[in-house]
Design a protein around this ligand. Structure first.
Ligand SMILES: *Cc1c(COP(=O)(O)O)cnc(C)c1O
Length: 428
């Protein structure tokens, strides 16, 4: 493939945008080479600035669960735009999407819309702190909750009690209130709670992790966390920015039958426009301004175009009783096909999958937390990534990302993908 125009556009972008991108994962930092610039997309396909076509497994990092340029979303946004793009006043459509979201997701009475998943998680934690009157939070290594300060904390060796900042600019003061735990390790969480009794406001996690590859919760991990939270007066926050409206209508709460106290949304809920949201039972949500003391606001929150896109997306998902079954079947088909061709070519690998989230790890051991995910062979991944791209398959340029399956994919697309994996496997 030729990437002439993409390369030229990237060189131009680098002069005026740090690293040439507005979000770091878009740069090919982990795999080398220059990012491809996309011109347009339709259904499961991306077309780049050089005219190359790809089958897309990133899908804007999750939102495009029904494919690109999904007609009902496009129509809703176009129609709304003609009526004015923002008023800074309440609008009817905000209530409509709120009613629909509350009807689809278990255990929530009220929802507030924001502009990104980061904002949703940041606001959810502030609400949890305000509601509980406590300061500390527990997060898990390898879980991503956006780029706000409290979340940019990763494992310092042995430093499980006090987190250390993962980025310059995050103060030690902020870091000390974020306690770090190992995913799928209940004992570790128990120890943290014991060492910080009565100081922990909330536990936040991706209930199915998707930002270190796809990592399912072990049986009883979520239930165990739920019990620990209830026993210790801690709020349980499910960050369902990735899993919400993707793994089922009601997200992971519905999938595994576990009740969270606060749930965060993003990605699918905006239909491809910048939307996030957080939701909880009434008692907690009424703690928010203007009726409660916890301040949270946004000039463009609940923006009519964003709400129109989100509403059209949620309606499409809500009205289609088979959509999650189809997504699951397509992903299982892909899983089986990829496993087979990798095995045929003796490529050591582990594949994790939940519903329409799937990740391929080039390691033998079970991938169950950040540490085991980091054991994958990154050199193999780099080769795999570029090989797939060369064969017209666009997967995320990092071994720590999940592939997102869209319902727009046909079985022919899946077969082409499996065939490409087989071809590339021979070169690994
Ligand atoms: C993407 C993501 C976020 C951050 O959302 P943005 O819209 O990128 O700010 C937060 N949590 C999870 C689980 C995510 O996958």
């Amino acid at each position: 493939m030729q990437y002439k125009r993409s390369s030229a556009l990237f060189a131009q972008a680098e002069k005026v945008i740090p690293g040439g991108v507005n979000s770091p994962v878009r740069a090919f930092g982990a795999v080398g080479g220059t990012p491809i610039f996309i011109q347009k997309a339709q259904g499961p396909y991306l077309i780049d600035e050089d005219g190359n076509q790809y089958i897309d497994y990133i899908n804007s990092w999750g939102p495009m669960i029904l494919g690109h340029a999904f007609q009902p979303v496009v129509d809703a946004v176009v129609e709304k735009t003609k009526l004015g793009t923002s008023f800074g006043t309440p609008t009817e459509i905000e209530t409509k999407i709120a009613e629909l979201a509350v009807s689809m997701v278990p255990n929530i009475d009220k929802i507030r819309f924001v502009n990104s998943g980061t904002e949703a998680c940041m606001s959810a934690v502030r609400l949890a702190r305000g509601f509980s009157g406590k300061d500390k939070i527990i997060k898990f290594a390898g879980c991503y909750h956006g780029h706000s300060d409290s979340f940019l904390i990763q494992a310092g060796s042995g430093a499980v009690t006090f987190g250390s900042p993962n980025s310059p600019g995050v103060t030690k003061g902020t870091a000390k209130d974020t306690l770090l735990a190992r995913y799928n390790d209940l004992e570790n969480v128990k120890e943290l709670i014991q060492a910080n009794s009565n100081e922990i406001a909330c536990i936040i996690l991706e209930p199915v992790a998707g930002n270190m590859g796809c990592i399912p919760p072990k049986p009883n991990f979520l239930k165990g966390l739920r019990d620990l939270c209830s026993e210790n007066n801690i709020l349980l926050i499910f960050d369902e920015v990735m899993t919400g409206f993707r793994l089922s209508k009601g997200g992971v709460q519905q999938l595994y039958g576990i009740q969270a106290d606060i749930v965060c949304f993003g990605k699918v809920i905006g239909g491809g426009l910048p939307v996030g949201a957080f939701a909880a039972r009434e008692e907690i949500m009424n703690y928010l301004a203007p009726i409660g003391p916890v301040y949270q606001a946004g000039t463009l929150s609940g923006n009519p175009l964003a709400m129109a896109a989100g509403l059209a997306m949620l309606q499409a998902l809500n009205n289609d009783d088979e959509v999650y079954k189809r997504l699951e079947e397509k992903t299982a088909y892909l899983h089986k096909g990829i496993s087979k061709v990798l095995n045929d070519n003796h490529v050591v690998h582990t594949i994790n999958r939940v519903g329409s989230m799937i990740s391929v790890h080039f390691c033998e051991t079970e991938v169950k937390d950040f540490q085991s995910a980091a054991e994958g062979n990154n050199n193999t991944f780099k080769k795999f990534f570029h090989g797939m791209l060369e064969n017209g398959i666009y997967i995320a340029p990092s071994a720590f990302e999940t592939w997102f399956i869209t319902d727009a994919l046909t079985y022919d697309d899946l077969d082409k993908t499996i065939e490409a994996v087989g071809k590339v496997a021979k070169t690994l």
